[in-house]
Ligand binder design. Structure first.
Ligand SMILES: [Zn+2]
Length: 360
């Protein structure tokens, strides 16, 4: 019964050869297509203060002071090194990593100041810091979804297949609404006099500098015992996907790792309980596995041993996507996704959060 599978990121060896032959033409065609979609997705006002804005700030999702601690001569590696994407450069500079443009410079300079301060991490984070991180994550997701929705519209215009594209657009729009709702919650939490808006499920300060930097919101599919957290293929109108926020911040002499969600968000309660019962080392492994299987927004220390980046299973896990390809309407995509994202496979990839890989 092989009637459902998940799409993998990256290209095969043959596709790579083919791509290298047509690289220039490909880059021109895709480049202009993306450019048009990006321009179409551009807003007229700042997403935070709602003031009219024509030139948006180049906002960073992962704070620059973290990227500096893993860069060599201002450069570091990104996910493209694991997923065989020859169209991407192998390394990135600090100004171009995980950036988005939907808020004005005034907001970018003022609203994240508590959490974007390395001095703040000698003790646990405040509720306000968590709210700022949540705001940033949701803004990045909003920017990404707005762009994708425009991309689907333009693809439908150019290539037809309206039905599939309008389905993709509808799914994207429902995600977008949830991110906007979460952003409003975070915005209110930033100004709140109460400090119980977010629930910090995990906070660890470790005495060495880890070789990865990460900050994102992630919708987990299943917990440590195979229970469903998010049914990501449920597209019913009132079913909402819920995310958890995860951060890995390499600092000057230590690192901070956090996992949190909105207070009262029950969908993660079981998972948090299971996670709490793990040992120090196992917790790090779970966070490490979540980052590589669910996200592409991690950055690597430029001085890392090159050999580790060609670790076969690490590359395979990094290519995981939740895009389900099925040839029967009865195929169980969720079951396949749970297997693909099974956190109990955490020992199959190197744990970059362990002391073995510390930046020296
Ligand atoms: Zn603004």
């Amino acid at each position: 019964m092989d009637d459902v599978s998940l799409l993998k990121l990256g290209l095969t060896e043959d596709q790579k050869k083919d791509f290298n032959k047509k690289k220039v033409e490909f880059n021109k065609r895709i480049g202009s297509f993306l450019k048009v979609s990006r321009a179409d997705a551009k807003n007229a006002e700042c997403f935070i203060c709602r003031k009219k804005c024509s030139s948006f700030c180049n906002s960073h999702s992962v704070p620059q002071f973290c990227l500096q601690n893993i860069s060599v001569a201002g450069k570091f590696y990104h996910a493209g090194n694991l997923v065989d994407m020859p169209m991407l450069d192998k390394d990135k500079g600090i100004g171009e990593a995980g950036t988005f443009k939907i808020i004005c410079s005034d907001c970018d300079n003022s609203v994240f100041s508590d959490y974007e301060n390395p001095e703040a991490y000698y003790q646990g984070p405040t509720d306000k810091m968590l709210a700022q991180i949540a705001m940033k994550n949701n803004l990045k997701s909003i920017s990404k979804r707005q762009f994708e929705i425009q991309l689907y519209r333009n693809m439908a215009k150019q290539f037809g297949n309206d039905k599939m594209m309008s389905h993709m657009e509808a799914v994207g729009s429902s995600d977008l609404n949830e991110y906007i709702y979460e952003l409003q919650y975070a915005k209110k939490a930033c100004q709140s006099k109460w400090d119980n808006n977010y629930y910090l499920s995990y906070y660890e300060s470790i005495p060495y500098v880890v070789p990865i930097a990460f900050q994102n919101n992630i919708a987990l599919v299943s917990d440590l015992e195979g229970g469903t957290i998010n049914d990501i293929y449920n597209h019913l109108r009132d079913y909402v996907i819920k995310s958890v926020h995860i951060c890995v911040f390499p600092l000057k002499n230590h690192s901070v790792i956090m996992m949190f969600c909105k207070n009262g968000e029950h969908r993660y309660s079981k998972f948090f309980k299971q996670f709490k019962n793990l040992s120090f080392e196992e917790k790090l492994k779970v966070i490490n596995y979540i980052i590589f299987s669910y996200s592409e927004n991690y950055y690597f220390y430029k001085g890392i041993d090159q050999e580790i980046l060609s670790h076969a299973n690490l590359k395979d896990v990094a290519k995981t996507t939740s895009v389900s390809v099925k040839n029967s309407p009865f195929a169980d995509s969720l079951k396949v996704a749970k297997e693909a994202y099974d956190l109990n496979k955490r020992d199959t990839i190197p744990n970059f959060l362990s002391e073995t890989f510390k930046v020296v």
